[in-house]
Design a protein around this ligand. Sequence first.
Ligand code: ADP
Length: 396
Amino acid sequence: MKAIVSLNSGSSSIKFSLFTLDAEGTLHLSAGGKIERIGIAPSLRARSSDGKTILERDWPGGAALSHADLLRDLFAWATDHPLEGQEVVAIGHRVVHGGTEYAAPRRVDAPLLDKLEALCPLAPLHQPHNLAAIRAIAALAPDLLQVACFDTAFHHDKPAVASRLALPRAFHDQGIRRYGFHGLSYEYIARRLGEIDPALAAGRVIAAHLGNGASLCAMRAGKSVDTTMGFTALDGLMMGTRCGSIDPGVVLHLQTQLGMSATEVETLFYRESGLLGVSGISSDMRTLTASAAPQAAEAIDLFTWRAAREVAALTASLGGLDALVFTAGIGENSAEVRSRICARLDWLGVTIDEIANAGDALRIGMPDSPVAVHVIPTDEERMIALHTLHVLEGTL
Ligand code: ADP
């Protein structure tokens, strides 16, 4: 049976999923896993789709091992333990940046890799790790089809007004513009909503991807028309450790008055701010909602206030709102956060059924709420596998 692997290679982790392809061309999740704590003490756990552990490995003292070293080990293990009857025919990768050029997934070849490499300065914390994984696999299995799936692609055709920063034109022309990210998640949500309620999916929808990274996407008829992340994945909402939108004057002040270097500002904004920075306790929403500390309450209050404010802003981009969809770790699991965001949007017609919200319901809006409210689990890995399948079919 043919199988497709989807790979999401981040700064300190590599997530992977294996999907098999049945005779009808439908993908079925067969196994998934994660290598974590890369650069510290890497460990690997993989489970089959029925929850059984199929691989556990630790590399104590492996702080110096690179993404490529770890992928090589994983590849060697997979070659020694062929999954019964399953033949990997392609690997799809999450690639954070497709720049101005790529509006759809692409088969990887040397010229594409060179172009993606040139985009590394636009996403220095993510893109190099994505590309390292592609290069590592290419060295191990040169004939295996690899497909790059871009987080920016879903937003590629949004209106020009939602892409431009108010800077002199020359900056826009050299690529300093609003791209938007989390595109694979939003594309999946648009498809799922289309299956659940096609009429709603054809309307004006805001999807709230609230995880460690968080953003919103305004969609009309399943296409992105605006989003809260911009030039980088730092813009927009408050996140686990990222500050989100911030007065650019703060950056100037930190550098000119406090003497902070660019690297120190980068660390502050990406790793020390957001829920972690405001609470001083944790970047993890579960920890904060369980905490009695006033700083935790303040961090949650700021998170939900910012999210509601941005929903209202994107509603203006859409010219109204038919549905709000929550997804990702916080959006799917925290009834409290959903409730607090919706309470601030009551005036907009977002009214939820608190009993449905506290349970496992997928539709949490009141039956007479002018705006439908849904919870839809995202599945970026499946979206990557689907794209990879489409590229594969096109090349067969
Ligand atoms: P990533 O962006 O790393 O993929 P996730 O989508 O997994 O992140 O989201 C992680 C966030 O989801 C964390 O803040 C975590 O606390 C939060 N989360 C997960 N489960 C719950 C829960 N039951 N209640 C509140 N927050 C949760």
